[in-house]
Ligand binder design. Sequence first.
Ligand code: OMP
Length: 245
Amino acid sequence: MKNLSEENLSPKDRLAVALDVPDARAALELVDRLEGSCRWLKVGMELYYAAGNSLVETLRLRGYSIFLDLKLHDIPNTVAGAVRSATSAGAELLTVHGFGGGAMLRAAAEAAQAPGSPRLLAVTVLTSMDHTELASVGVSCSPADQALRLARLARDSGIDGMVCSAEEVSSMRHQMGPDAILVIPGIRPAGATVDDQRRVATPGEAILLGASMLVVGRPITRASDPAAAARLILDEIAATQKLPL
Ligand SMILES: O=C(O)c1cc(=O)[nH]c(=O)n1[C@@H]1O[C@H](COP(=O)(O)O)[C@@H](O)[C@H]1O
């Protein structure tokens, strides 16, 4: 896998399309409609619980890189086992929850030392959470401060990268350094309607602020022409990083 922190990544290396659909058939139909416009596919809980490792393998055999977004969050022993099970799927990236704490993150990182393991990303504060929502679960600092705290914990526990929002990616980049893999969901093209995401940015803003990779779901998957929507985002990434597609 290429180093996602390298500055010479192509736009396709920096976009993961979230296949948030209910089953393998819907996923494969969507992949066909993407017409090869993207290289990274994110398989999250909705699809993985329905279709499992066999779909991940099918997508891999079609040449895609798989980002398995299972947001593991459990006791250390269980999470280490889940990392080992997920490894057999052949994904290149796998998410764990930063909120799981240092012991859990270290257990995940240790389990991911095995050959063929995915690189691990710690989800910090979900992009659907704003200050009020965070306070409702007992965290009184800002989403950005909490995201940075969890990112430091994850880095010190041996985790390869972080998922955060564009709102804190600039300070995250500053603190984590040029080699950290910083993955940003909550991406909305300018003028998009408001939905369940709270901490959002356009593709260009997120890249400019220091994102390694963007995760985009509905703006692509629910577009009337998903391939065209993906290409528009790739163009915006390319224009921002001034590299040819
Ligand atoms: O881990 C993630 O990928 C993730 C973390 C986060 O904080 N926010 C977030 O939206 N995501 C995922 O990113 C995708 C965003 O999808 P859209 O909101 O449809 O673009 C979904 O698959 C979410 O599960």
